[in-house]
Design a binder for this molecule. Structure first.
Ligand SMILES: C[S@@+](CC[C@H](N)C(=O)[O-])C[C@H]1O[C@@H](n2cnc3c(N)ncnc32)[C@H](O)[C@@H]1O
Length: 239
């Protein structure tokens, strides 16, 4: 499905996500701090860092990485112009070269929109909107545009290997959302969030195993899952 036909092209839908991301996404802040730790540990300091975020939304993850003061250039890609405007405002305080590229993943795969040479490519909760074949094509594209030795780190939701494990993962997620809502004094029926996630045509998660195999087929090395909590994972590899 092309981006402009998806729910993310609807401004009200994307704003609702931004308002509630800390509730909907289990351990979102922790996942961001793990990616930041990865960035600080692996990305070399002996030359300026060239960073790319795919499906950046309002730039929350890039913001965390830039706080470490390491990047010289950050490129953010998203299909939503509204999200990119918010990302631009959020990142205004960083005096580095920035590019906000309004483009769908489909366009990114089919066209030469980005030059090669990125030291790290990150993404958060965006690539599961692609079909299995599109994910494989995007991973190939990421491999192409990474500099030698560069890393791809992806925060995303995955499907469980069986229905019984899936049921447990949904329970864990429900417990997270209930606890978070209690702490924030919010009351949004969590069953609806889970139903929306499961039924929404835009969500096409694949298993962790199959995506790690896609990375291997694309040529990545040191592929691993760096974090997992139910359906929420961080995985990636090195070129
Ligand atoms: C769940 S939000 C995540 C936003 C942000 N990365 C975060 O973690 O808060 C998914 C983002 O992916 C973008 N997106 C979804 N499908 C896309 C596509 N096919 N091409 C480009 N961007 C897409 C949406 O516009 C949205 O900003």
């Amino acid at each position: 499905m092309e981006f402009d036909k998806s729910k993310w092209a609807d401004t009200d839908f994307s704003r609702d996500y931004l308002d509630k991301a800390e509730i909907y996404i289990a351990e979102r802040s922790r996942m961001f701090s793990i990616v930041k730790s990865f960035y600080q540990h692996f990305v070399s300091l002996d030359r300026p860092v060239n960073l790319l975020e795919l499906g950046s939304g309002d730039g929350a993850l890039t913001y965390e990485l830039l706080k470490s003061g390491r990047a010289a250039r950050a490129v953010l890609v998203d299909g939503s112009g509204d999200m990119l405007n918010k990302a631009e405002a959020r990142l205004r305080e960083f005096d580095i070269e920035k590019q906000f590229l309004h483009c769908s993943f489909g366009e990114l795969i089919r066209e030469e929109r980005l030059p090669a040479g990125f030291d790290m490519v990150v993404s958060s909760l965006a690539i599961h909107h692609l079909t299995t074949d599109e994910k494989a094509a995007l991973f190939n594209k990421i491999y192409q545009i990474l500099a030698a030795g560069g890393y791809f780190v992806n925060i995303d939701v995955v499907i469980a290997p069986s229905d019984s494990i899936e049921n447990w993962y949904m329970e864990i997620w429900k417990d997270w959302m209930c606890a978070k809502q209690t702490a924030l004094g919010v009351n949004d029926p969590v069953e609806d969030v889970i139903k929306r996630y499961k039924n929404l045509e835009e969500n096409k998660p694949d298993t962790l195993d199959s995506q790690q195999l896609m990375l291997k087929n694309a040529g990545f090395q040191e592929i691993d899952c760096y974090y997992k909590y139910g359906i929420f994972t961080i995985f990636g590899g090195r070129k």
